[in-house]
Design a protein around this ligand. Sequence first.
Ligand code: G3H
Ligand code: 13P
Ligand code: ZN
Length: 333
Amino acid sequence: MAVSYKELGLVNTKEMFAKAVKGGYAIPAFNFNTMEQMQAIVQAAVETKSPVIMQVSKGARNYANGTILRYMAQGAVEYAKELGCANPQIVLHLDHGDSFELCKDCIDNGFSSVMIDGSALPYEDNIALTKKVVEYAHQHDVTVEAELGVLAGVEDEVQAEESHYTKPEEVIDFATRTGCDSLAISIGTSHGAYKFKPEQCTRDPKTGKLVPPPLAFDVLHAIEKKLPGFPIVLHGSSSVPQDEVDTINAHGGKLPDAVGIPEEQLREASRSAVCKINIDSDSRLAMTAAIRKYFDEHPEHFDPRQYLKPARENMQKMYEHKIVDVLGSNNKL
Ligand code: G3H
Ligand code: 13P
Ligand code: ZN
């Protein structure tokens, strides 16, 4: 039987994005696959009084089961209330939906927002697919994120070798004809922990660490000019904190030359029309670093609660840092 997100206490992105664009901050969109991620996201959002988007990829549905994830999101709302947040603003969002059928299934099963990612399709096909999803979603008051332009790297099991920046001259036509509520653009971010090849970077002479090329802010500003006040989304926005990478590598891991988007650039983007910033890899790194360290220091332990607790704490710390120091979505409830 179909269930509306409204019955679950979730909200769509409409009002949240309007306030974020006006207020010059961005809403965090954190991917989750496990209970510990969900708990850490809710704890961080409540602690910082931030709205939050909890997003589920196709891979997450395959891993954890779509029904379970939906009930976890419902549980997240109740948990936030239990933690003292009277009016939590939580969105359950499908990340990188790749078909009308998948989006419909999510809309029918409690999601308040969906992404239809037709970015790999020819332009007209992307418009047709996005429009079809928007028509169905809007009948249910569900908001839709679309994508124009291609990010390099892994897009939920799809690999793109090369990125293509979003063409500012296409965005008005695309947004008008599809009726989408927000638009993910390509300005140099990409998915995963290896966002740039070492040859695309310079090296900091003091630390020896890789310094990536800057994002294409000129493209972002040209898009903002074409669509004033329209909500823009950045995928692939993990910063790949070097202290977490170092911890992983110091405790048996092997992540050579992992590099992300510098946080100053995300801070700058948050002040613009960018009102949703997607972060997944940083959560994976925070969890893995804490667990590797714990295993190294306590080889005699084998109760998952012993090592998942510091993993959850480390993720919560990272989420709070993003909210307060990078996106600026704290104290907005
Ligand atoms: O866009 C990619 C997200 O990080 C989701 O990744 O497909 O491995 O769950 P995933
Ligand atoms: P990261 O891999 O940079 O965390 O990006 C996540 C993302 O864009 C999810 O859609
Ligand atoms: Zn993404």
